[in-house]
Ligand binder design. Sequence first.
Ligand code: ZN
Length: 396
Amino acid sequence: MDFPHLAGWAALAVTLGAIVFGAGRRLGREEEAQGRRRGELGEESAFYLRGLNFLLADEPDKAIEEFIKFVRVNSETVEIHLSLGKLFRARGEVGRAIRIHQTLIARPNLSQDHRTAALHALAEDFRQGGFVDRAMDAYRQVLNVDSNHRAALAGLQAMHESEGRWDMALEMLKRLEAVTGVPDPRREAHIHVRMGLEDQRPPSNGVGDAGAMVHFREAIRVFPGCVEARRLLGESLLALGRTREAIETFEALKSTRPSHFFMLMDALRRAYERAGDEEGFFRGMSGSLAALASSPRLVIQWAALLEQRGQWEDAVAVLRSGMANHPRSLAIVSPLILLLARRERWQEALEIARRRMDDLLSVQPVFQCSRCGFKSQDIYWKCPQCHQWDTMEPLL
Ligand SMILES: [Zn+2]
């Protein structure tokens, strides 16, 4: 049994246990006065205990049968139905879950809270079963009763997203944010990006579409580190010949999200070229020490550009300082060694390769337990993991 099932089972067992216990106490009080219900309670707790035993013996199917008998006897208890329905859904038995929840909702004397809970559970069943329209309908019914129902708002929001209905997804997100007080700027930004991409589709104007650009700008406003929004807005501006604005749009990522700036470096270079200011790009990059320090990818791309321009010394310096900032990054060491080799600076290349090799070897395990797989640099005559004697063999 995996963990989510286990949690579902535990919740059900506790609910059922509380009911049996509560009934027992009730009966204890009533027994002297009336002496009734004894048979019924005995039957209930027998089903419950048998179910629990099957559960502990890891036989969920038999356990479920017992719990269902328990529910039949104790048919008034809504919580059990809700727990059992949830459990069926967690096991992938959506049809059974739907039947349980529909039966509950059909009850005329159900309290408003229980009806909402059952409707929400039904929405989750439909969603898991892939019945999109019915799930959305059930979520909306929950919201008609309780317009601030967080789980229903979140469920409906997620469904609009997966159906690609971005305007509805945004509306639900706004409502959810208002209810929880927790903003989700990254999600909001990417919904705006998707809305903008739809505006770019034919028969509209394509890249440079004014409506699309409004969405990209909005995405950047809510999440300034949104790479995709900056890329799309910058490309739109370039298509319209507004190169200076495009440069600003790309360049701002250096400070708003330096770790991802490498993804826009080529676009920024193109924008500077289009503006007839290629040197401006190289001047700007040389001054981008913070971005370079935070991103090995950027170090590698920047060094490759410098090498292309014949600035070998600068390329070596950039890679060396990158190596100092990211001592564990093999991605930087490899191009540095290759660059030095291309310049026939063998001694330097060899020195760096040897030092990195030593670093790697110093953390490499040397022995491994042949029984349990425990690895270490020293040999243990008694394995610290499986406690067997003399099982450690040298690794090749
Ligand atoms: Zn071992």
